[in-house]
Write a protein that binds this ligand. Structure first.
Ligand SMILES: *[C@@H]1O[C@H](CO)[C@@H](O)[C@H](O)[C@H]1NC(C)=O
Ligand SMILES: *[C@@H]1O[C@H](CO)[C@@H](O)[C@H](O)[C@H]1NC(C)=O
Ligand SMILES: *[C@@H]1O[C@H](CO)[C@@H](O)[C@H](O)[C@H]1NC(C)=O
Ligand SMILES: *[C@@H]1O[C@H](CO)[C@@H](O)[C@H](O)[C@H]1NC(C)=O
Ligand SMILES: *[C@@H]1O[C@H](CO)[C@@H](O)[C@H](O)[C@H]1NC(C)=O
Length: 222
């Protein structure tokens, strides 16, 4: 049974992008939703409502987050220093999600930590989402598959505000550049897709070091 692993900085922390110049960084960009994992947090906490993430979604049926998440022995990412720590999510043949009332999604393996509830600070005003990723060389991603690593789904599930993917993009996701398909993009690239699934930015996976990303979403201008 293949076990793919992937290390994330506790997914996402979201800060208000500043319009007002200020010398006070903390006030310029207050964190409006925190997805970093405190250094002292226990695995079992991910199964409870004290988790920064929804304890029930989105994961293989019958799995708990404490079975899926590991604490890897890695140096902290720049944003985890000094109070937070990295987490690693694992996927395998048990990672088949069954949506409420729906059929099992056998085409995918899912371990998606869900931050927020869809009607919160993440969808108001101008927000910047930050995340950091590092690869586990003992369990590399198999880039023959598409990996959707970070994404912001709309509340009606009809689209993604953005998504951050790698591997071979699936035709069914209609990834494009303007109107040309981008399924043939090099599988070793990170691909950043906008709400229309246009690939708007790419960069190579760094297999050795932390990579830090951020995207600002303007819900006012739209
Ligand atoms: C998770 O699911 C359990 C069992 O269905 C339910 O009691 C609980 O309220 C859910 N938790 C959240 C945060 O939705
Ligand atoms: C989850 O457990 C239930 C009860 O044992 C079982 O019927 C179901 O097939 C399991 N689901 C999966 C995806 O293994
Ligand atoms: C969603 O979360 C926000 C706080 O982050 C809260 O104010 C709101 O009531 C929540 N909405 C639902 C439907 O739970
Ligand atoms: C990667 O995935 C492809 C397609 O599922 C599969 O044929 C191949 O054996 C996998 N490679 C490894 C190293 O697991
Ligand atoms: C796709 O883009 C090409 C080149 O810009 C253009 O000639 C063509 O009309 C476009 N097709 C559609 C369906 O928009």
């Amino acid at each position: 049974m293949a076990k793919f692993k992937y290390t994330v900085l506790a997914s996402v922390w979201i800060a208000l992008a500043a319009a007002i110049p200020s010398l006070d960084l903390a006030r310029k960009c207050p964190v409006t939703m925190e997805g970093r994992v405190a250094r002292g947090m226990k695995l079992s906490t991910f199964d409870t409502t004290s988790s920064p993430f929804d304890p029930n979604f989105s994961k293989g049926e019958n799995l708990t987050w404490s079975q899926i998440i590991e604490f890897p022995h890695v140096l902290p990412s720049k944003f985890d220093i000094t109070a937070y720590k990295a987490i690693e999510v694992t996927i395998d043949e048990r990672s088949i999600f069954i949506p409420g009332g729906g059929a099992p999604q056998i085409g995918f393996r899912r371990a998606g930590l869900l931050l927020g509830n869809g009607t919160d600070a993440t969808v108001v005003g101008v927000k910047t989402f930050h995340w950091s990723v590092k690869q586990d060389l003992r369990a590399r991603m198999n880039l023959t598959h598409e990996y959707m690593n970070v994404w912001h789904e709309t509340n009606d599930y009809s689209a993604n505000q953005f998504s951050f993917n790698t591997g071979i993009l699936l035709e069914q996701d209609h990834p494009t550049d303007s109107n040309a398909t981008t399924t043939g993009l090099d599988k070793r690239l990170w691909k950043f897709l906008d709400r229309g699934n246009d690939v708007i930015w790419t960069t190579w996976i760094d297999w050795d070091n932390w990579q830090n990303f951020a995207v600002t979403v303007d819900y006012v201008k739209k």
